[in-house]
Design a protein around this ligand. Structure first.
Ligand code: SF4
Length: 370
């Protein structure tokens, strides 16, 4: 059976000016003028042109340049990439095209150029507007650079998102709240809020093991997530996914594609491609199959992904899943008893408790088809 067309494209730029202490992404600190970056971009351009020739880019609804730090590689390389992108697909305004940028490497000139080349959404890795917290994280920018970057972004882009982080050792509840309030005051349209997690093998992990850094406290993180919700909802944002808030119409369509089971193509080192048809879903990374799901497992995964989103899962989808996995209906009833899900307006939705205890909620759904 043929595979469904890709709806989303991810281009990975795995370079940063330096590594942040908490980060375990597949990225490297490489000198900005290194030929390694030139060669990488050239090969990404070739991959793009090949994907285009093979007809893989004809149905794309979203593109995402992520990293790493795409803004770090500079405008000359971004131009080649964005030009190749525009030549490889119909990069019309209806296609959401996001680029990630970090404050230290985003300039007003870059903002103008990437906008002219078809990018229409900017996602800024801010993390905090508190200098002390930024230095604990090992970020390459300070709070003023973040403010300047948001202002630069807004000279062209209406659709600007910032990432903020909570649960950082040394970050007070007041500091986190001020950062959320500042994002609102700056007029961004989308805010992602992540609790810090200690990833194995990172400098933060080693500091925790040596007893030099406390582990993030679940209660502190839960309170911070609640504070974020309060500030953002008061300012007219709605929480459409566990970590994502948007002004109406500014939800990330690219991320929504991941959560709603749309096939995506990933180009570049460590980028994941998800291919599917009605019977099978596969994820491939660096030529290795990392997931190979049958129809039942796909249905269970779709239920799990759907419950990350505020809109949850329709009765119809639960019905369809039940025909493949008879225990589905009972599991939702059980989730309701546990206070993790609620049935409203013909849909099953996560409760606040469900989002807080995400591992339990998602785990139970995935267990439907191990
Ligand atoms: S800038 Fe982002 S991708 Fe790069 S090291 Fe820091 S957290 Fe990781």
């Amino acid at each position: 059976m043929p595979y469904d067309p890709y709806k989303a494209l991810y281009l990975h730029i795995p370079f940063c000016v330096k590594r942040c202490g908490y980060c375990d992404f597949a990225t490297r600190a490489v000198e900005r003028d290194s030929s390694v970056i030139d060669e990488y971009v050239e090969s990404l351009v070739l991959d793009l042109r090949r994907a285009s020739r093979e007809g893989k880019l004809g149905a794309l609804e979203t593109v995402y340049l992520g990293g790493g730090t795409p803004s770090y590689i500079g405008m000359k390389r971004l131009s080649s990439l964005l030009y190749a992108l525009a030549m490889s697909m119909h990069l019309e305004p209806a296609v959401e095209c996001t680029m990630e940028a970090n404050p230290e490497s985003l300039t007003e000139a870059m903002v103008r150029d990437i906008w002219a080349l078809g990018v229409n959404r900017l996602s800024l890795g801010v993390q905090s507007f508190d200098d002390e917290v930024l230095s604990i994280l090992g970020r390459a920018h300070d709070a003023d650079a973040a403010r300047t970057a948001v202002a630069a972004a807004q000279t062209r882009f209406e659709n600007v998102s910032v990432d903020l982080m909570c649960g950082i050792p040394g970050q007070s509840a007041a500091s986190f709240r001020r950062s959320v309030e500042e994002a609102v005051a700056l007029g961004v349209k989308h805010v992602s809020v992540y609790p810090l997690t200690i990833e194995t093998g990172t400098p933060f992990d080693r500091a925790v093991l040596r007893g030099e850094m406390p582990e993030p406290d679940d209660d502190v993180e839960a309170e911070a997530m609640e504070a974020a919700r309060e500030v953002l909802e008061h300012a007219g944002f709605h929480r459409y996914e566990v970590a994502s808030y948007a002004q109406p119409g500014f939800e990330s369509r690219h991320n929504t594609a991941y959560w709603t089971g749309k096939p995506y193509l990933g180009l570049g080192a460590s980028a994941v491609t998800m291919t599917q048809n009605n019977e099978r879903r596969m994820r491939v990374q660096d030529g290795q199959v990392i997931d190979d799901l049958n129809e039942r497992q796909m249905a269970a995964e779709d239920l799990m992904l759907g419950m990350r989103m505020a809109q949850g899962i329709s009765d119809e989808q639960v019905q369809q899943a039940t025909t493949l996995i008879p225990a589905t209906t009972a599991t939702f009833a059980e989730l309701a008893n546990l206070g993790l899900a609620v049935h409203e307006d013909g849909r099953w939705k996560p409760t606040d408790q469900g989002w807080l205890c995400g591992n339990e909620l998602y785990g139970r759904l995935l267990e439907l088809a191990p």
